[in-house]
Ligand binder design. Structure first.
Ligand code: ADP
Ligand code: MG
Length: 234
């Protein structure tokens, strides 16, 4: 029975997709059987962060009933399985995230861990994965607006009865980590800190997760610490 995580924050551009890609890869490298799912139906870019190019079906086709889920799962780095989305606007118009309510449980027996990346905002596309998750992992930078939006996501999770495991602080300026601002804005514990690191941008540009491309980078160390905090020794 898989443990399901939803990676969430109402704020865009804070590192949700980067976190999903790197956390998934770290766990796969440690021989866990892991599936990452691109639940950002509007702006799916998880597969690109992992260097996976879906050449046939995507999650959107599964959601519209046009493909079985098995045809939309691709092998990513380190044996990680990836259920990508379609970048096409027409596909977005037709797909409904509520379909995940049957797709994710149908995969429970095949994986140890399922991680669902989510989009920005507080729509159904975030709500549905959070409801399906055993644990919601919040992602935020230390900027005031990001912390405020992430706190709203935490409140939504609480309201629908989803368990929040804590927040990953990303893009942290190590000379000014803004710890007071974090504590005053966010009613959730910090589970890991990922520093601002050019290795992340370089990895995205080369379509490989930083934990594989630049394992010695400070951001990669942050993602390994996150995996350890979540599931013990990854
Ligand atoms: P989201 O999924 O929340 O919209 P992304 O993971 O796509 O956010 O990241 C948004 C941008 O932030 C990307 O261009 C990425 O290069 C950059 N980024 C994310 N994490 C870091 C980091 N630790 N250091 C530097 N840049 C980062
Ligand atoms: Mg994203």
């Amino acid at each position: 029975m898989a443990r399901v995580y939803a990676i969430a924050s109402a704020k865009g551009g804070v590192g949700k997709t980067t976190t999903t890609a790197n956390l998934g890869t770290v766990l796969a490298m440690a021989d866990h059987n892991v599936l990452v799912v691109d639940g950002d139906l509007g702006m799916p870019n998880l597969s690109s962060a992992l260097g996976v190019e879906p050449d046939s079906a995507t999650l959107h086709d599964v959601l519209t009933g046009d493909s079985p889920v098995s045809e939309a799962i691709y092998e990513g780095p380190a044996g990680l399985d990836v259920l990508p989305g379609s970048p096409a606007l027409e596909a977005f118009a037709k797909a409904e995230s509520t379909g995940l309510e049957s797709i994710i449980p149908s995969l429970h027996d095949q994986y140890d861990i399922i991680i669902i990346d989510t989009g920005a905002g507080l729509s159904n596309d975030t709500f549905v994965p959070m409801k399906l998750a055993d644990e919601v992992l919040l992602v935020s930078t230390t900027e005031r607006s990001s912390l405020g939006d992430t706190e709203k996501t935490r409140q939504l999770a609480h309201r629908i009865g989803a368990e929040t495991v804590g927040v990953v602080l990303t893009r942290v300026d190590q000379t000014n980590p803004n710890a007071d601002e974090v504590a005053s804005r966010l009613d959730a514990g910090v589970i890991a800190v990922v520093p601002e690191d050019s290795a992340i941008r370089e990895a995205l540009n080369s379509q490989a997760p930083a934990v594989l491309r630049s394992p010695d980078s400070i951001a990669s160390a942050g993602y390994r610490a996150l995996a350890e905090a979540l599931i013990g020794q990854p």
